[in-house]
Design a protein around this ligand. Structure first.
Ligand code: SF4
Ligand code: SF4
Length: 576
């Protein structure tokens, strides 16, 4: 008997198991806990405990017994012509602020926005072609998402307005819908602009760092003057008048800006944002504002404190507004297990001012990360090359990590800035990711025990297990399948309906590397990178993708490798 991959944790005085890579969460009773401990220590399991042993084998927490592991079927790339769900339109590469840490204009920028190679503003014709590109590439999806970005997005209001009107009309002609959102620094929010955003139900994310002394440290105008006094009244007006969508704040954390509780209080309670999300600054490690290891520790502790507060609110079914924890709980609930950290280059793409298409908004305008043009379409060979290289199978550093179902190596842009290679795993924040994932698992489990209604959880039900209790949706799927072999789950899915691509249905149904779809075969309802990419996409960016699964496909994926960093050549890597 050999333990497989999992992460153990306790919450509400009980013992839990997070299975990797299936991302199922089970509660263990006392017997199962002892049996698992015995297997971990290499001890014999008493005859009286065989039932719980059998259950642990059947959920694939332990390898052994009569449960056969099916042959691994190899790395699977997404289906060809995967529908584009979200297009981020960089309507300008100009900004009226000069934030020191900005990845677009600061010391770590990857696109030259100053030498005139790219137009400063997108014109109407490129916006029109971009909308056509989105509608064309959205394929079978009924809903497409159009997000406006910059520079400072509102510097190009005429093109933004044109794009919204044109997109809405064209989508209606094609029987589709388009959802709109934008990110802004709030400096140009005038009453007429706010009215327009509210009337058109445009989702708004405000980039802001907190109270005056924090905001004015980095978020300054070109003359060095702080922007707080300019933006605060405009944001208050926006929050008062734009009621058709919740408005979120997105905070960039730096070494000098780490008082997370204070920032949260100010933005949530004093300003009145519905949600506040935090992301550490993307930067080379030697920058003064880069967050050090100690900084990450402090950040984690403060995140934990706020998450604890979130838990107290959730136990009383109250809204709290700390979006980082909410986003991670959603992923845990579904049992998300990603082959790619986010939708960049797949369901999400960024468009530069001249119509070049790149991985995401952060790469828009970079020739090295170009995937095509809105006129000529996506270069499928380049896209496939990108997907081949960036699949989780290729990240040997992550092959032993229990947090990989949610992290999958982390943001490509962060990796590029840190290591000069989008394909590298972001090893500088592993401890932080694992610490945060552990915290969110505990919160999830505590909610499942003390207020399952908040999670809409069915954990109070039992199907086929006595010593284990299914906590999240993936675990429920596994339990319902027992005593049949859970292998059968991977063989389901809807019959292929030519000419549509085949999508296995629903994230909690599949265990193999696969691609989710909603019940209509689209991804719109499932894919939430829409605003999240532009909100706190470092930590929360979610793309419905599945990794090699030791339950069914890759039972021995890492078994020959004691330490991924040292023995990576021995890893049973999965090639197509
Ligand atoms: S980057 Fe680090 S935390 Fe993320 S999956 Fe890889 S090893 Fe785990
Ligand atoms: S996490 Fe966000 S910024 Fe990073 S590569 Fe993905 S979409 Fe781009």
């Amino acid at each position: 008997m050999i333990p497989r991959e999992y992460h153990r944790f306790t919450a509400a005085g009980r013992d839990f198991l997070y299975l990797v890579p299936s991302a199922a969460v089970f509660e263990l009773d006392e017997t199962a806990n002892e049996v698992l401990g015995a297997v971990e220590r290499g001890e014999e399991v008493a005859d009286t405990d065989t039932e719980s042993l059998r259950e642990l084998i059947s959920i694939r927490a332990i390898r052994g017994g009569h449960v056969e592991d099916p042959p691994y079927q190899g790395k699977q790339l997404p289906p060809a012509n995967f529908p584009l769900t979200t297009m981020v339109l960089n309507v300008t590469n100009q900004c009226n602020l000069a934030c020191t840490y900005c990845y677009e204009y600061g010391e770590d920028k990857i696109v030259d926005t100053g030498n005139g190679k790219k137009p400063k503003f997108m014109n109407v014709e490129t916006a029109r072609e971009s909308v056509e590109f989105l509608l064309r590439e959205s394929g079978i999806n009924r809903v497409a998402h159009l997000t406006f970005f910059g520079g400072e997005t509102l510097l190009n209001l005429p093109v933004l307005k044109f794009a919204i009107e044109y997109a809405r009309g064209r989508a209606a002609e094609l029987g589709k819908e388009i959802d709109f959102s934008l990110t802004t620094n709030a400096t140009l929010l005038r009453p007429d602009v706010i009215e327009f955003l509210a009337e058109n139900r445009v989702g708004v994310t405000i980039s802001i760092d907190g109270p005056k002394e924090v905001q004015d440290q980095f978020r300054v105008f070109h003359n060095g003057q702080g922007s707080y006094e300019t933006v605060a009244p405009k944001i208050r007006e926006l929050l008062q008048r734009h009621r058709s969508r919740p408005i979120g704040a997105r905070v960039t954390l730096t070494s000098q800006n780490l008082d997370i509780r204070k920032i949260f209080r100010h933005l949530r309670e004093e300003i009145g944002f519905w949600e506040v999300g935090f992301a550490p600054v993307t930067t080379a490690p030697n920058r003064q504002y880069a967050i050090s290891d100690d900084g990450f520790d402090s950040m984690l502790q403060q995140f934990r404190d706020l998450a604890g507060e979130f838990l107290e609110y959730a136990l009383e079914n109250r809204h709290h507004g700390f979006s980082n924890v909410k986003d991670t709980l959603e992923e845990i609930h579904k049992g998300v297990s990603k082959a790619y950290p986010c939708g960049a280059g797949l369901g999400l793409m960024g468009v530069s001012t001249d119509g070049d298409v790149a991985l995401c908004h952060r790469f828009a305008g970079s020739d090295d990360h170009k995937l095509g043009t809105v006129r000529g379409g996506i270069d499928r060979l380049v896209q496939i090359g990108f997907l081949e290289k960036h699949h989780i199978d290729e990240k040997t550093d992550c092959s032993k990590c229990w947090a990989r179902p949610l992290c999958s190596g982390g943001c490509y842009h962060e990796a590029h800035t840190r290591y000069g290679d989008t394909g590298r795993a972001n090893l500088h924040y592993c401890e932080w990711i694992r610490g945060w994932t552990d915290t969110c698992l505990k919160i999830y489990a505590e909610l499942a025990v003390r207020n399952p209604g908040y999670l809409n959880s069915s954990m109070t039900r039992r199907w086929n297990l006595k010593h284990l209790r299914s906590i999240n949706r993936k675990a429920c799927r596994i339990e319902k399948q027992i005593p049949d072999d859970v292998v059968a789950l991977q063989q389901g899915g809807p019959p292929q309906q030519a000419p549509q691509a085949h999508f296995p249905l629903g994230c909690t149904l599949i265990f193999s590397p696969g691609w989710e779809a909603d019940r209509n075969g689209g991804t719109a309802g499932l894919c939430t990178p829409v605003e999240r990419d532009l909100f706190d996409c470092h930590a929360g960016c979610y793309w419905p993708a599945q990794v090699p699964d030791q339950l069914n496909h890759a039972p021995n994926w890492t078994s020959k490798c004691a330490s991924a960093q040292k023995d990576w050549r021995k890893i049973d890597l999965v090639f197509p």
